[in-house]
Design a protein around this ligand. Structure first.
Ligand code: URA
Length: 437
């Protein structure tokens, strides 16, 4: 077996065996296979796809490329959530404390931004001192003591994914169903998750732009989970427009804090309640399969300050500056802030989430290359959502930029991302739900 023949086989549209996939994944993880060969292989997979069996084999090979965590002695149910990536998606910052406040401890490893989509770790690092790099011992000590952990992958967890993820980001091979499914599910399986809620984003600001593709990706991941004995629920949720209003790291942390105080944007609050409801159900905290069952407790914990207190506990436990979250105006702030007015009156028919994500990336909220620094202060706040009516001159969005030129460029792009047309319905938040049997 050799790496070249495996690349050629995939290039020619043939199926790889489990042994070939493992040989390639292990060789790349140990740096015996160079980046240029792995990049060629990713592109061959992107172009020719993988069968369900190959995708399951890839997932397992990546999960087993490092340490496999077993938290079953520490938690009643090891429950996890994962988003396939979107614009303004700060759901984890609210949902984790909310679920923990309802009596379900959660230990979660999150990722960084990828392409135009943001990442939870980058958002958390807007808070001075917040340590996203916990050792295995710190991770387990914290879940024991505080019932909540939110950090990056430990170096030894699914290291194959960490390498491939960074390589895909710079080789145009992110939006591949088998590669996304393998990437997400390998991390969840290596982290010992017994039950997983997947938030599969669909629309312009997602890696899957059509409902059919998002459904297909969701089904692949649900099947992989089920074949490994995991309970999985996948929501297919809207990412045609940004989720909530804030896009950009510190701005999103502020919006999450507002939400934890019960004042966030309506669509974002609703989305968090849905995701948290599915997590509680999978953790066995619902009397019935009906989500309305656990809705009252989730609303109570969001509005009575319990979820906020858990978030404070999390930030404190991970070394973050609690003063900054108590006074969000002390989070990083951009020097140039401009309000941009609506040029016309009428009903908003589209806010292109991808364009908004790219504008935030160009402002410095994301990375072009994996070693690029992030500017935590910059980003955008949109003030109206699809279906809202604006009057000419109303503030449409606010740009937070490092300098006036960057602000002007972002304004042009974000303005062009808004459309007014015939009356439209507000997009659904969740299009479909696929669950393992
Ligand atoms: N999120 C992941 O963890 N991996 C991907 O490939 C895409 C989104």
């Amino acid at each position: 077996m050799n790496s070249l023949s495996i690349i050629e086989k995939k290039r020619d549209g043939e199926s790889l065996t489990a042994e070939e996939i493992r040989f390639f994944v292990d060789g790349y993880t140990r740096s015996e296979i160079p980046d240029y060969q792995a990049a060629a292989w990713c592109m061959a997979v992107y172009l020719n796809g993988m069968s369900r069996q190959e995708t399951a084999d890839l997932t397992l090979a990546m999960a087993e490329s490092g340490e496999m965590l077993d938290l079953s002695g520490l938690l009643d149910t090891v429950i996890d959530k994962h988003s396939s990536g979107g614009v303004g998606d700060k759901t984890t910052l609210v949902v984790l404390p909310l679920v923990v406040a309802c009596g379900v401890p959660v230990a979660k490893m999150s990722g960084r931004g990828l392409s135009f989509s943001g990442g939870t770790l980058d958002k958390l690092e807007s808070i001075d001192g917040y340590n996203t790099k916990l050792t295995r011992d710190q991770f387990t000590a914290q879940i024991r003591k505080h019932g909540i952990v939110l950090c990056g992958q430990t170096a030894d967890l699914a290291p194959a994914d960490a390498k491939l993820y960074a390589l895909r980001d710079v080789t145009g091979t992110v939006p591949s169903k088998p590669l996304i499914a393998g990437s997400i599910m390998s991390k969840k399986i290596a982290a010992g998750a017994e039950a997983i809620v997947l938030d599969v984003k669909c629309g312009r600001g997602a890696f899957m732009q059509s409902l059919d593709d998002a459904r297909d990706l969701a089904q692949i991941m649900v099947d992989i989970g089920a074949s490994l004995g995991r309970k999985v629920t996948a929501l297919i949720s809207d990412m045609s427009q940004p989720l909530g209003c804030a896009v950009g790291n510190a701005l999103e942390v502020r919006e999450a804090i507002d939400t934890l105080h019960g004042h966030g944007p309506a669509d974002f609050i609703e989305h968090c309640l849905i995701v948290a409801g599915h997590m509680l159900r999978l953790a066995g905290k619902s009397q019935t399969e009906d989500l309305s069952d656990n809705r009252p407790i989730l609303e109570e914990k969001l509005h009575d300050g319990s979820a906020w207190e858990v978030f404070r506990r999390l930030v404190n436990a991970q070394g973050g500056n609690v003063d900054q979250i108590d006074h969000p105006d002390r989070l990083p702030a951009a020097p140039v802030i401009i309000d941009v007015p609506a040029p016309t009156s009428g009903q908003l028919s589209a806010i292109d989430a991808r364009e908004i994500g790219i504008a935030a990336l160009e402002l410095g909220a994301g990375r072009h290359k994996k070693e690029d620094p992030i500017d935590h202060a910059v980003g955008l706040v949109i003030h109206h959502k699809v279906g809202d009516t604006t009057q000419a001159g109303d503030t449409l969005f606010t740009v937070h930029a490092r300098n006036a030129e960057a602000a002007q460029q972002a304004s042009r792009r974000v303005l062009a991302a808004h459309a007014w047309a015939e009356p439209v319905d507000k997009p659904l938040l969740v299009y479909d739900i696929i669950s393992s049997p």
